[in-house]
Design a protein around this ligand. Structure first.
Ligand code: GLN
Length: 544
């Protein structure tokens, strides 16, 4: 068994500094040096998981292979690394308390008073250790503490990681603090005071950061680093700048590498000798360079209309935008988004709203709001032979639109929205009929699907049996299979037993690229491994 090292990342001064992307970039660098890594997120909120939270509150819900509904940061972790994340990679205060309270009810605390220290903190430490227990090959477990130091909710987590160092020693644990070093006016004098305060706050919890990563406009000069070093009690070489990116977050692994952050981390753990790639140009880093190059000098660009309900918040469809962007990488296509709020799409304006779209995508969603607008956008794409990709609700809407406007079932609908429709082309799975609880009860996680010979999808994947992630309750209604097939909407992806429709597409003689998937392929796309359906969608939209 290997010795696993633990890197804890906390955030200070402000939220939204990019802690998730930073920790994922550090993990990517450690992988580039040949180490096996995983990343865990400890979220201070009381919800068991973000599955029941509005995307406006918390961004998208990211789904893992094993069907956990998790924080969107897990999406960054998977996109930047090869780590296979699962349920135990996402922990919330709610989960911690839930297990402790269940144990208390079973009488397992033998009459003792159940307290934050040690019972809650022990449960947190147990969850951190679980990852290396499940995978003995891990060299590093990186742990992101959600929220900002100073928040009342994060205190038990900070206390748990303080104890963790006591239990496992400084040689196996490192504390990284991501902080903000602003200047009052653009390009003006840099202010270190917020960072000093944030580090003091951490020190009050008994944690001395080993490394500080400072978000700033540019690079910190040595004078500023020395000042921070003096006030925050760590060597100047342990103070790093994280300057604003130029084009893309995929620059960050390289930025950290050029700052020598990876070398410092490995020296701290006395692993520099075991690392690959400090002398030669590291091949993994070269791949990141190619990704960044697409943003610097794209060969062409394409405009994709995304028609959904949560357009005001980019994070609400984060994985989707990332997957479309990755889809442009092989042919160096820059993908631009025309974000259209489906509630604003109406008979009078849809042609105009969509006139510049070279491709149309309707993402997943819940609830009836905006559905009619999505149907109009789909009709526009179908009739004008513009590449269309519908995901989950976007596939269900494509089915409804086809039923109404091609099959002539004017009242066609999903029973999610109109249970009394005479043409319920999308309906509830039987096993879902009696489910009352909202949290974690959908069809979740990876399921296999078989693709039909001659289908567009098979051409994309180049394998008949695929595995993709799901998050939905409703399904294509099998009663209508024949009607759709006959009219040219083919059911080209089925569950291996043939009972569930996983994907539909229009026959090529009807449309050049019109695909709907009941599953969410966006969760599996990575910059170094773009998803084949997104790649094809982007290329077709760009006229390739
Ligand atoms: N609301 C639909 C369902 O539950 C679609 C879900 C989704 O798009 N993720 O089936």
């Amino acid at each position: 068994m290997r010795k696993t090292r633990y890197i804890f990342v906390t955030g200070g001064v402000a939220s939204s500094l990019g802690k998730g992307v930073s920790i994922a970039s550090i993990a990517a660098l450690l992988e580039a040096h040949g180490f096996k890594v995983t990343i865990q997120k400890l979220d201070p909120y009381i919800n068991i998981d973000p599955g029941t939270m509005s995307p406006f509150q918390h961004g998208e819900v990211y789904v893992t292979e094993d069907g956990a509904e998790t924080d969107l940061d897990l999406g960054y972790y998977e996109r930047f690394t090869h780590a296979n994340l699962a349920r135990e990679n996402s922990v919330s205060t709610g989960q911690i308390y839930y297990s402790v309270i269940q144990r208390e009810r079973r009488g397992e605390y033998l009459g003792r008073t159940v307290q934050v220290i040690p019972h809650i903190t022990n449960e947190i430490k147990k969850r951190i250790l679980l990852l290396a227990q499940k995978n003995a090959e891990l060299d590093f477990v990186l742990v992101e503490i959600g929220g900002t130091v100073g928040d009342i909710e994060s205190v038990p987590f900070l206390e748990a990681i303080r104890q963790f160092r006591l239990d496992h020693g400084a040689e196996s644990t490192m504390f990284i603090h991501l902080t903000f070093v602003p200047s009052i006016t653009k390009g003006g004098e840099i202010k270190t005071k917020p960072t000093q305060h944030s580090v003091k706050e951490l020190q009050k919890q008994g944690i001395q950061p080993d490394i500080l990563i400072c978000r700033t406009e540019g690079h910190l000069d040595s004078e500023v680093k020395e000042k921070i070093s003096l006030f925050c009690n760590l060597a100047p070489k342990r103070v790093f700048s994280a300057p604003d990116i130029e084009h893309t977050i995929y620059e960050i692994p390289q930025i950290f590498h050029s700052e020598d952050l990876d070398r410092e981390i490995l020296q701290y753990f006395r692993l520099e000798g075991e690392a690959e790639g400090f002398l030669l140009m590291n091949p993994m880093l070269a791949k990141w360079e190619q990704v960044v190059d697409v943003f610097r000098s794209p060969r062409r660009s394409v405009k994709i209309a995304v028609v959904g309900k949560y357009m005001a918040l980019h994070d609400a469809y984060r994985s989707l935008y990332e997957a479309m962007t990755h889809g442009g990488f092989p042919q160096k296509i820059a993908v631009e988004f025309i974000k259209i709020d489906s509630e604003k799409v109406e008979e009078e304006n849809y042609q105009n709203l969509l006139k510049d779209a070279q491709g149309v995508l309707v993402p997943g969603g819940f609830g009836e709001r905006g559905v009619e607008g999505k149907l109009l956008a789909i009709r526009f794409a179908r009739e004008n032979k513009i590449p269309y990709f519908g995901i989950c609700l976007g596939m269900q809407c494509a089915v409804i639109e086809f039923a109404r406007n091609v099959l002539g079932f004017a009242d066609a609908h999903s029973t999610e929205f109109h249970p009394e429709s005479e043409h319920p082309v999308i309906s509830l799975m039987e096993e879902q009929a009696g489910v009352i609880n909202k949290g974690g009860t959908m069809r979740l996680g990876a399921y296999p699907a078989k693709l039909s010979e001659g289908s567009l999808l098979l051409e994309c994947y180049r394998e008949t049996l695929i595995h993709e992630r799901h998050r939905h309750r409703f399904e294509f209604n099998n009663k209508f299979r024949k009607d759709f097939e006959k009219a040219g909407m083919k059911l080209t992806g089925l569950s291996p037993d043939g009972t569930l429709v996983e994907a539909v597409e229009l026959e090529r003689k009807l449309h050049p690229f019109f695909i709907g998937t009941q599953y969410h392929p966006e969760f599996k796309s990575k910059p170094l491994k773009p998803h084949p359906v997104f790649t094809r969608f982007i290329e077709k939209s760009a006229g390739l």
